[in-house]
Design a protein around this ligand. Sequence first.
Ligand code: HEC
Length: 240
Amino acid sequence: MNKLIVGFLLAMAPLFGMASGGAHLDDADIDLGDQASLQRGAKYFVNYCLSCHSAKFQRYNRTAKDLGLTEDEVKENLMFTTDKIGETMTVAMDSQDASNWFGVIPPDLSVIARARGVDWIYTYLRSFYIDETRPFGVNNVVFPDVGMPHVFWKLQGTQKAVFEEHDGQKVFEKFEQVTPGTLSPAEFDAAMRDLTAFLSYVGEPIQMERKRLGIWVLLFIAVFFVLAYLLKKEYWKDVH
Ligand code: HEC
């Protein structure tokens, strides 16, 4: 049995290594029960991401319902690429244009939080740094040579990355702020936490419901266990 567990852990190890590209990931610490956070995240998503990335499995009316917004609020604040509330979050950009401009087509972000993990997303969004050798003048610590520009440069400001040599390998050490953003570092982190929470929600819209339901299921099992135990005692009491 122990061998099985060790074997399983060993088999999974490369997965964890691969997901982070070896870089340290910060704890996203999102709260999916916090609707205000999800609403702010949705706003960042439609304003800063939806111009390039779609979330084509996510419908606006579903978003309204899950985030506690009215359909009118969603229409007014979140819908820029369509005016039909039953529509999915598609992107207006032509995919040929996209690959001309960025070299790659920005991927759909419907399930990105599940593919990469929320810690990776949270770290990625905060890890763009100045690199003049790149087409957009930025690079990313967790996604080297990324084809995406730093869309939050106004909010976060710009930063440079300090690397150290360890055994001939460049290892990321820390960031140094170059120009300030309109948000303080703490405010920017909070904003990225909201956005990460929204992407996590989009990755599995049912997850809040699933967790709520899970508690009832566990309670049911607990009660059922007591009944089953009493029944067993009743059946076996004459056997000895
Ligand atoms: C100007 C267009 C553009 C905007 C705006 C943009 N991105 Fe991107 N994004 C890209 C491109 C292009 C890539 C592909 C990078 C690559 O493969 O090198 C990418 C890649 C990504 C990835 C990594 C995908 C992977 O392969 O794992 C994530 C996550 C991501 N973007 C999230 C976001 C979020 C969140 C926003 C909004 C804050 C955003 N992007 C805004 C163009 C954009």
